[in-house]
Design a protein around this ligand. Structure first.
Ligand code: ZN
Length: 117
């Protein structure tokens, strides 16, 4: 799974912008729930567990291509910066137990990729 991971800086239909971990499946011009007829990337969302019928490593979700601000493949990212903990973590620890004393025991995702070069 890990070698197919892509990180996208994405704004959803509620205007929430953040980095997502996905495994792309197929790109289609189609009717979308929130964006009308548009180019859409059908992918497995690696941050949401697969449900019955998803047949993949995560929940099946559709992302509007026009709302993807940036695209990074796994090899492009060496570490992640977690603004909640105030520290960088290795890429494989993007989802980690919080070290922030205001969020004891919480598990969260580091929010900003650190790139090579
Ligand atoms: Zn953290």
């Amino acid at each position: 799974m890990a070698e197919r991971v892509v990180y996208i800086d994405y704004t959803n239909h509620r205007g929430e912008r953040r980095w997502r971990s996905i495994h792309p499946r197929i790109m289609r011009f189609r009717e979308t729930e929130w964006h009308g007829e548009a180019w859409a990337l059908e992918a497995w969302d690696l941050e949401k567990p697969a449900e019955h019928g998803d047949y993949g490593p995560g929940a099946r979700r559709t992302f509007a291509l026009k709302n993807i601000h940036e695209w990074l493949e796994d090899a492009d990212v060496t570490a992640w910066w977690c603004s909640t903990c105030g520290m960088a973590v290795l890429a494989e620890n993007r989802h980690h137990v919080s070290t922030n004393r205001d969020d004891p025991g919480g598990v969260h995702a580091a929010d900003t990729p650190v790139r090579d070069g």
